[in-house]
Design a protein around this ligand. Structure first.
Ligand code: PAF
Length: 281
């Protein structure tokens, strides 16, 4: 695997593959890779001849009081895992390379509506940061396909909307969340949890399963959310949001909507976990 922080190196290699008639899949990450990320690489390899991965902890998507500095950096382990998974090119830029003029003077991409609620409301500026870096990375790598985890459900919708709105010639693929045997969704932030908190965190999946089952059985969505929320608070969570929405639009569900998504964000101690579950009633 070639590892480089240099934009020109990335462009040169991808151009060469394209000139040979070969396709390129891209997996953008912030590193500290776990089996969820490796699944993205495996799925990317099924969809193109070559896989490019980026590792960049993007300062633009972190708020003032968020965990940018504490975000785990594990480059050597990540690189080893990527070689084993079959990635061929790893882009590891620094903030100076990506934002040479500084964050304040940087042109940005903002996707309206879909990014305004939920994580967008709790983390102002977050989706602007995500859309801007993903757009930049797409312009640097110029992939045919890009692969993202469905765990960041709203992020995937924001990126899909950006690609459509800006007519970017890239297929966006969403891959199902990888979970531990306990049901806990794989996340780099799980590394911040103590053993006890990790056990507690499994309540998130149980709460989502409960809501999906009860809503399918015909119970009121509002009442199910209230009960699940109460259970989570009793278990020690501080809730950010818990909602059931139309899975395609994130609008409030109408009676005729069949395909729904449960979106949740909650804190255990200082660690904010997000998860989601799609289901059909
Ligand atoms: O999901 C992530 O890891 C990040 O938000 C992404 C898409 C790599 C952009 O920094």
């Amino acid at each position: 695997m070639i590892t480089t922080a240099n934009i020109a190196d990335i462009r040169k290699q991808v151009k060469q593959w394209h000139m040979q008639g070969e396709t390129v899949a891209f997996v953008p990450t912030m590193g500290n890779l776990h089996s969820g990320h490796i699944t993205l690489v495996t799925e990317a390899l099924k969809r193109a001849h070559h896989v490019v991965v980026s590792i960049f902890v993007n300062p633009m998507q972190f708020g003032q009081n968020e965990d940018l500095d504490a975000y785990p950096r594990t480059l050597q382990d990540d690189a080893d895992a990527l070689v084993n998974a079959g990635a061929e090119l790893l882009f590891t830029p620094t903030p100076d390379i990506i934002y040479p003029k500084g964050l304040d003077k940087q042109t940005f991409v903002e996707v309206p509506k879909i990014g305004e609620e939920f994580c967008g409301a709790s983390r102002p500026g977050h989706f602007r940061g995500v859309a801007t870096i993903v757009c930049k990375l797409f312009n640097i790598v110029q992939p045919d396909v890009a692969v993202f985890g469905r765990k960041d459900y709203q992020q995937l919708m924001v990126i899909s909307a950006m690609v459509e709105d800006l007519s970017l010639p890239i297929d966006i693929i969403g891959i199902d969340t990888v979970r531990e045997a306990s049901g806990l969704a794989m996340s780099s932030r799980n590394g911040f949890l103590s053993a006890e908190q990790k056990v507690k965190a499994t309540a998130i999946k149980r709460a989502m399963d409960y809501i999906a089952e009860q809503v399918c059985a015909g119970d009121s969505i509002t009442e199910c959310i209230e009960k699940a929320q109460q259970q989570l608070v009793e278990a020690g969570f501080t809730m950010d949001f818990l909602a059931v929405r139309n899975a395609s639009t994130l609008a409030l569900p109408r009676t005729k909507d069949r395909h729904l998504v449960i979106l949740i964000a909650a804190f255990i101690g200082k660690t904010r976990l997000i998860d989601n579950l799609t289901f059909s009633r």
